[in-house]
Design a protein around this ligand. Structure first.
Ligand SMILES: [Zn+2]
Length: 297
């Protein structure tokens, strides 16, 4: 178990999430001539390697894969990530590594997955790639019920994807997204995937104007060009994400589809050069309660 809470770590610096998982899993499975369906022992073995590669690259937060169908498989996934994270934390205790249980934002089984992730040692839940706020609110309500049942606060990162116009695919604006999720008091609000790092700069700038919560961003490497190449090399990707950091827009950065350990290594290094977005005042009392609740676990 990490000694510092995610809230404390976020006061000091910009934290780096890991990169894409789904694409890495397929690549690994193909190389081993195996299939690796989510939740199988083969999949867990591959995830163990992927977690290590991202931790080696400098990630502060590693995510489970998505798509677990029940509490037991989610628990195994979190446990695998927890072991890898703790192994790296023990090497450099001043840099605690955290585990996030990742759930597709509109997944109806968010509650049972979240319970499994927390049982397995996850520090937080990420509801990611939300395409509309209706499914997202259902997910947030489900997590709130889990937290109430367990008598503990569950830090949640809420992340939407955007279309090419800087709105959610549903057409909802950044303001509507924020209004829908802010009542739930998330650890952070932000965006992931979308059409690459350039596509998130404007929505992030708008979110930063209105958000009383921390902000997270982990774009994809971009849409493939006509030749099927992903548009962002690790260097270009890190330079584009550095624009968020230079403008003071973010607290958590990382990569989504098409990004790998090379992207994350450059991001983690760049993050050390910038200050995190200042902590919103409203959360001070809340964070203290949470720190206490977590330390008492
Ligand atoms: Zn993605």
């Amino acid at each position: 178990m990490t000694h510092r809470t995610i809230y404390e770590a976020l006061e000091d610096r910009i934290l780096t999430l890991d990169g894409g998982t789904g694409t890495s899993v397929r690549h690994y499975a193909a190389a081993r001539g195996a299939t690796a369906e989510v939740g199988t022992p083969a999949h867990l073995g591959i995830m163990r390697d992927i977690h290590r590669r991202y931790l080696e690259a400098g990630a502060d937060i590693i995510e489970t894969d998505i798509g677990y169908r029940d509490r037991a498989s989610a628990m195994s996934a979190a446990r695998t990530a927890r072991e890898a994270a703790d192994e790296y934390t023990s090497l450099t205790p001043c840099k605690p590594r955290f585990v996030a249980g990742a759930i597709y934002a509109c997944d109806a089984s968010a509650a049972s997955q979240a319970e499994g992730f927390i049982d397995g040692g996850a520090d937080m839940i990420i509801l990611e790639t939300a395409t509309d706020t209706r499914g997202l609110r259902d997910g947030l309500a489900a997590l709130e019920a889990v937290a109430a049942k367990r008598g503990e606060k569950i830090p949640v990162i809420v992340s939407a994807t955007t279309d090419g116009h800087g709105t959610l695919p549903s057409g909802e604006t950044v303001e509507e997204f924020y209004a829908a999720v802010s009542p739930y008091g998330p650890l952070a609000i932000g965006f992931n995937c979308s059409q690459g790092p350039q596509s998130l700069l404007q929505p992030l700038a708008r979110l930063a104007e209105i958000s009383e919560f921390r902000i997270s961003a982990y774009p994809s490497a971009g849409l493939p060009d006509g030749d099927g190449n992903c548009c962002c090399t690790p260097e270009v990707f890190a330079e584009e994400v550095a624009k968020y950091m230079r403008q003071g827009l973010v607290n958590i950065i990382g990569g989504c589809c098409g990004t790998g350990p090379e992207h994350i290594a450059l991001l983690a290094r760049a993050a050390g050069h910038y200050m995190p977005r200042p902590k919103p005042k409203r959360e001070i009392a809340d964070a203290r309660n949470t720190a206490k609740a977590v330390s008492e676990r």
